[in-house]
Ligand binder design. Structure first.
Ligand code: PEP
Ligand code: MN
Length: 358
């Protein structure tokens, strides 16, 4: 339920609503706005009788949130949420941002070459897994903390903020020491203890759609993070399993405008996992931006043929540079821009500590 106060409602009137919600056994989340304050009621698993609150002074209206995901829904918040992972790198506004880098961090030389190449082409964040969720236990599992340290080194060298995956609660705390944005991958989209941990940590989260998850499932998973008080969530469409084995996954383009109607959270597209095929990444990436995505996540490797994971879907740096210039034209055609790193923060001065992020 959402309690909308009249414009000009006094702080005492807002406090009285908060107190009443708490007396009724729920939690209150006041959200001051430019025009007026709204107070969210959470903790209910069903319809709440709003008549007692409607009668309080200063209350304009009581809105029942009909969706099972409450704080994630557009009913809860009409304006887009902007998720800022580093100064100037904000998802959900007019600018679209591209996160790029290899599937896995493999070596210092590899991650530095990847970071420099994607930065030169216009990416504004670096990706790379240090903890890899692999289908086979015998496949490369990532470099762990060493991989995080290499990401921090690449950040120092280029100024690119880092997006990297955490697989479990303990790992999330470690990843948060290094990352600007924690990635929760498709296989963990319904790992509720990990979602809660990411919510408590409070850093921006990139939440990828599970390979068999409905859009409602995705939004409910995001709700776990918001329910812990962390509203900084970027959603990611990365393809779902289909009966057709021609592609690794079926990229659900419609998910982008659907999610934007249902939720105020930003959504980006991952055409790399969404197709699994290098020559399909560029057309599907273009389509995602044309469909209104707030950004992309793209796998790029300096030598895809030597990649320890996902080489077949990783772009060569020159292919990525072409994609970026095409995205600029597409963004412009729909009244958006491709975001750039602010001047002066890239790269940060030598000697900036690797750990601690923003
Ligand atoms: C990844 O981003 O490297 C990854 C493992 O993606 P997903 O969780 O979408 O499969
Ligand atoms: Mn990958």
């Amino acid at each position: 339920m959402l309690v909308v106060m009249r414009s000009g409602a006094t702080p005492e009137e807002v406090q009285r609503v908060v107190g009443t919600i708490e007396e009724m056994g729920y939690q209150a989340r006041p959200m001051p706005g430019e025009q007026r304050t709204a107070i969210g009621l959470v903790g209910n698993d069903g319809r709440v009788d709003g008549s007692r609150i409607l009668a309080l002074p200063g209350v304009a209206e009581v809105i029942h949130v009909t969706k099972p995901y409450k704080q994630v829904s557009r009913e809860w918040r009409a304006e887009n949420t902007i998720v800022t992972i580093a100064p100037g790198v904000a998802f959900g506004g007019d600018a679209v941002h591209v996160i790029a880098g290899p599937c896995s961090v493999e070596s210092e030389q590899q991650i530095l070459a990847a970071a420099r190449a994607v930065k030169a082409a216009g990416a504004t964040a670096l990706r790379g897994g240090a903890f890899k969720p692999r289908s086979s236990p015998y496949s490369f599992q990532g470099l762990g903390r060493k991989g995080l340290e290499l990401l921090a080194l690449a950040k120092r060298e280029t100024g690119l903020p880092v997006v990297t995956e955490a697989l479990d609660e303990a790992g999330a705390n470690m990843v948060a020491e290094y990352a600007d944005c924690l990635q929760i991958g498709a296989r963990n989209m319904q790992n509720y203890s990990l979602l809660r941990a990411a919510g408590r940590i409070g850093k921006p989260v990139l939440l990828k759609r599970g390979m068999s998850a409905t859009i409602t499932d995705l939004l409910l998973s995001a709700e776990y993070i918001l329910a812990e008080g962390n509203g900084q969530v970027i959603l990611c469409e990365r393809g779902i399993r289909s009966f057709d084995t021609m592609t690794r996954n079926l990229f659900d383009l419609t998910a982008i405008p659907l999610v934007q109607r249902l939720s105020h959270l930003p959504i980006i597209g991952d055409p790399s996992h969404g197709t699994g095929l290098r020559d399909k990444v560029t057309p599907v990436g273009r389509a995602a931006i044309a469909a209104g995505a707030d950004g992309l996540m793209v796998e790029v490797h300096p030598e895809p043929d030597r990649a320890r994971s996902d080489g077949a879907q990783s772009l060569y740096p020159d292919q990525f540079a072409s994609l970026m210039s095409e995205l600029r034209a597409i963004a412009q055609a729909i009244g958006r821009t491709v975001g750039t790193l602010p001047q002066g923060i890239n790269p940060p001065p030598k000697g900036t500590p690797a750990v601690g992020a923003v």
